[in-house]
Design a protein around this ligand. Sequence first.
Ligand code: GLN
Length: 473
Amino acid sequence: MNLNELTIKQAREGLDSGKFSSVELTQACLDRIHDHNEELNAFITVTDELALEEAKKADEMIARGEQKMLTGIPYSVKDAICTLDVRSTASAKILNNYIPPFDATVIRKIREQGAVLVGKTNCDAFGHGASNEQSMYGPVKNPHDTSKVAGGSSGGAAASVADHQCLFAIAEDTGGSIRQPAAFCGIYGIRPSYGRNSRYGIMPMASSFDTVGPMAKTAGDIAILMEVMAGVDEKDATTVADVVPVYDEEIGKLEIGNLRVGVPKEYFELEGLDEEVKNAVEAKIKALEEAGATIVPVSLPHTKYAIPVYYIAVPSEDSSNLGRIDGIRYGVQSDMEKLYDTYAHSREHGFPEEVKRRIMVGTYALSAGYYDAYYRKAQQVRTLIMQDFDTVFQDVDVLITPTSPFPAFGIGEKKDDVIAMYLADVFVSPASVAGIPGISVPAGMSKDGLPIGMQIIGPRMGESKILQVANVI
Ligand code: GLN
């Protein structure tokens, strides 16, 4: 096995026992990136020099016996997350030259562990999309089949892990951007509860939906990463002050005989649900039942409204958040004579189509006369969707659903069909609307050799339980 193919746990053992150094491990990842990036396009920026410097420091920490869980482990960060002194474009040309003067809180915590940043990953611009085709730096290709998308918006993050260009990735999930690409690329990715991890330094898309989480090769690695990332942050007033569970210790403690798994019928009756996806997920549910879990059919009646609610509320928040990206405060400025033209030209050329669409839809939904019909109505239905989940979680511990109705689709296949692209989020948007956690885990392969993902959803702050279930699967 090549060093870059190791999990975090395996690499930790190898580093601590002196089998190899972080410099060697890091070099293996950088070599892989340079061999494959032209084709897969997972990285926008590769930080060779910084990575080798950090790796050297990590080796020194290990030599002094001061290592922590992530010391010397190479990772990537989605380009919509701020990294100190490392270019962060959000995959939009308007931030082509933006170098943040600070680290996002979660990145600061990972850096303090002595982990090694190998680069910044491609995504749909500002997280808007489900296929990575809304990146202004070109789409990411799926490592399992380069004619297919890697998913979105965190396609580069997913491909970077699936293709063993690094050992884990940090990404952002507003409405599925961690879970869906994880499913398409055959890896693990968790969207934590809203408020579990600090959003400080995550470029805001929709502030009441945005979360930041890890992607990795095993559920155990996700548990390690969540432990490092989670917790209250004075820089994000929406973070929750609860004690962070020791996910890594709790993950093996599932008593499967006591586990109650809800299977929401709305998710399996969807028109357009691929037969192979349905069968793969049902087979996993059956296996859990055979292992002693109780399977409970449940109903989430407002599921069908999750997409319309999401695509009104999110653009509304988006249109406000993206107001700050105007060519004046940050990034690339068009040199125009009149001030208005500077704003207009910078934004016209600096944003891709989908970002402009969101700004227009959101501005419309918030405008006087339409606010009550759209934005307020969406908020009311959002509450109903949350109540659906609250009700079922009185009876079950977790819910199991497919992550996506289909495996990865072809590059170009849905790009010009906006509604079809939005509908790709059908299984990932409900948990986002409700602010609850979900993890995508590999559930097999299609006959065409494409990964199939299964989603485990938990109640608010229920990360530990979904990690336990992910681990036994
Ligand atoms: N497909 C979703 C969207 O376009 C994903 C967004 C996200 O999670 N960043 O809004």
